[in-house]
Design a binder for this molecule. Sequence first.
Ligand code: SF4
Ligand code: SF4
Length: 69
Amino acid sequence: MVWITKNLIVDEEACNGCGRCVELCTTDNLVMNEKGLPEVAHDECWYCSVCEEECPTDAIDLQLPYLVR
Ligand code: SF4
Ligand code: SF4
Protein backbone atom coordinates (compact mmCIF):
# COMPACT_ATOMS: atom_id res chain seq x y z
CA MET A 1 0.00 0.00 0.00
CA VAL A 2 1.13 3.54 -0.59
CA TRP A 3 0.31 6.64 1.41
CA ILE A 4 -0.06 9.72 -0.78
CA THR A 5 0.43 13.01 1.01
CA LYS A 6 0.40 15.89 -1.47
CA ASN A 7 3.56 15.51 -3.58
CA LEU A 8 5.03 12.56 -1.66
CA ILE A 9 4.21 8.92 -2.24
CA VAL A 10 5.26 6.81 0.74
CA ASP A 11 5.57 3.02 0.60
CA GLU A 12 3.81 2.04 3.83
CA GLU A 13 5.53 -1.35 4.07
CA ALA A 14 8.98 0.14 3.48
CA CYS A 15 8.64 3.04 5.93
CA ASN A 16 9.98 2.12 9.38
CA GLY A 17 8.73 5.30 11.05
CA CYS A 18 12.22 6.53 11.89
CA GLY A 19 11.32 10.19 11.35
CA ARG A 20 14.54 11.00 9.48
CA CYS A 21 12.65 12.64 6.63
CA VAL A 22 10.81 14.87 9.11
CA GLU A 23 14.05 15.83 10.88
CA LEU A 24 15.91 16.63 7.68
CA CYS A 25 13.21 18.35 5.66
CA THR A 26 14.65 21.66 4.52
CA THR A 27 11.48 23.62 5.12
CA ASP A 28 9.96 21.78 8.13
CA ASN A 29 7.24 20.71 5.74
CA LEU A 30 6.73 17.24 7.22
CA VAL A 31 5.31 15.77 10.43
CA MET A 32 4.82 12.17 11.56
CA ASN A 33 1.13 11.32 11.58
CA GLU A 34 -0.80 9.05 13.95
CA LYS A 35 -0.05 6.05 11.72
CA GLY A 36 3.70 6.63 12.05
CA LEU A 37 4.06 7.86 8.50
CA PRO A 38 5.42 11.19 7.27
CA GLU A 39 2.76 13.65 6.24
CA VAL A 40 3.00 16.98 4.43
CA ALA A 41 1.86 19.54 6.99
CA HIS A 42 2.32 22.71 4.97
CA ASP A 43 2.53 23.73 1.34
CA GLU A 44 6.20 24.63 1.62
CA CYS A 45 8.00 21.93 -0.32
CA TRP A 46 11.06 23.19 -2.23
CA TYR A 47 11.49 19.88 -4.08
CA CYS A 48 15.03 19.60 -2.72
CA SER A 49 14.74 15.76 -2.64
CA VAL A 50 16.43 15.51 0.77
CA CYS A 51 13.58 13.42 2.20
CA GLU A 52 13.71 11.03 -0.75
CA GLU A 53 17.51 10.74 -0.83
CA GLU A 54 18.01 10.38 2.93
CA CYS A 55 15.26 7.87 3.64
CA PRO A 56 17.11 4.74 4.84
CA THR A 57 14.52 2.39 3.36
CA ASP A 58 13.91 4.22 0.09
CA ALA A 59 10.25 4.58 1.03
CA ILE A 60 9.64 8.04 -0.43
CA ASP A 61 8.89 8.82 -4.04
CA LEU A 62 8.93 12.60 -4.49
CA GLN A 63 6.66 13.83 -7.26
CA LEU A 64 8.19 16.78 -9.07
CA PRO A 65 5.89 19.27 -10.76
CA TYR A 66 6.47 19.58 -14.48
CA LEU A 67 8.11 23.00 -14.20
CA VAL A 68 10.91 21.85 -11.86
CA ARG A 69 11.85 18.62 -13.68
S1 SF4 B 1 12.87 8.55 6.48
FE1 SF4 B 1 11.83 6.93 5.32
S2 SF4 B 1 11.59 5.26 6.77
FE2 SF4 B 1 12.01 7.10 7.97
S3 SF4 B 1 9.96 7.96 8.48
FE3 SF4 B 1 10.65 8.95 6.58
S4 SF4 B 1 9.74 7.69 4.94
FE4 SF4 B 1 9.68 6.47 6.83
S1 SF4 C 1 11.51 17.62 -1.07
FE1 SF4 C 1 12.65 18.82 0.46
S2 SF4 C 1 11.23 20.45 1.10
FE2 SF4 C 1 10.01 18.89 0.06
S3 SF4 C 1 9.22 17.56 1.68
FE3 SF4 C 1 11.15 16.65 0.92
S4 SF4 C 1 12.80 17.46 2.23
FE4 SF4 C 1 10.97 18.74 2.52
